[in-house]
Design a binder for this molecule. Structure first.
Ligand SMILES: [Zn+2]
Length: 65
């Protein structure tokens, strides 16, 4: 089970994936209540909320080590 790299929470991957369909332009559609994910450096990162995702995207190196 993937972990939220920001807060360390376990993420329900299927739930996050189901809620991140892609638009015709490839942008991720997210449901903030279901968790979300982001593609970074060749892999998916999962987040419990838009909050954690925003923190991660602001400074990914802080969380990927
Ligand atoms: Zn989180």
């Amino acid at each position: 089970m993937p972990k939220d790299p920001v807060c360390g929470k376990d993420i329900d991957e299927s739930g996050a994936r189901a809620s991140t369909g892609q638009t015709a332009h490839g942008a991720a559609e997210v449901d903030p209540n279901m968790g979300t994910r982001s593609f970074h450096n060749g892999q998916w990162y999962y987040f419990c909320s838009m909050d954690c995702r925003t923190k991660f995207l602001a400074s990914p190196n802080t969380y990927t080590g």
